[in-house]
Design a protein. Structure first.
Length: 182
């Protein structure tokens, strides 16, 4: 379970080329910057990927991190996402030791957190949960009481929150579009 208080969330748009992730990771390692979380996937535009990096504030001043990243030829754009103004998500998969008597408790706990049961065995159950990292931390802490056999978390992905006016326009447009005859 990780508690991240002083961190930066960087969204880095890069050209999707072989080795770019290795170059980004080695840049952080060479400079002694501590990465809490790293997630990468294709971006909305073909030929680009988005890397979400959660960086420890104490190990790396933001200016220094950004300057070093922009030195990489494949980096197209870097955005810092303020945790108060962004939507963050993570995925957790866990196999938990359970007796027949405890299985219902783990299922109920998973349902309370709006998770999913992925597999049930004689002595264990595998669950998944996606959501804000704080929610996953709470869930993980409660699962620990049953005995976690294996646990994997994806790392954060994040996007800026839509501003209120943009959300209202989107809802208004959707209502208008739904009212049109096709």
């Amino acid at each position: 379970m990780s508690e991240i208080r002083n961190h930066h969330i960087l969204s880095v748009l890069v050209q999707n080329r072989p080795g770019v992730l290795a170059r980004v990771a080695s840049l952080f390692a060479r400079r002694g910057f501590n990465i809490f979380s790293l997630a990468v996937a294709p971006a909305e535009d073909e030929g680009f990927s988005r890397i979400t990096i959660v960086v420890d504030v104490d190990s790396a001043p933001l200016e220094q991190v950004v300057k070093q990243l922009f030195k990489l030829i494949e980096v197209v754009k870097i955005s810092e996402l303020d945790p108060r103004r962004s939507v963050e998500r993570e995925l957790l998969l866990a196999t938990v030791r359970t007796t027949a008597e405890q299985r219902g408790q783990v299922v109920e706990l998973t349902n309370i957190f709006e998770g999913k049961i992925l597999a049930v065995g004689a002595e264990a159950i595998t669950v998944s949960l996606d959501g804000h990292p704080d929610k996953l931390d709470d869930f993980e802490e409660l699962l620990a009481g049953y005995g976690i056999v294996e646990l994997q978390r994806t790392g954060r992905v994040a996007l800026p929150k839509l501003d209120r006016e943009a959300r209202l326009r989107a809802v208004s447009n959707k209502k208008t579009d739904n009212g049109k005859a096709g």
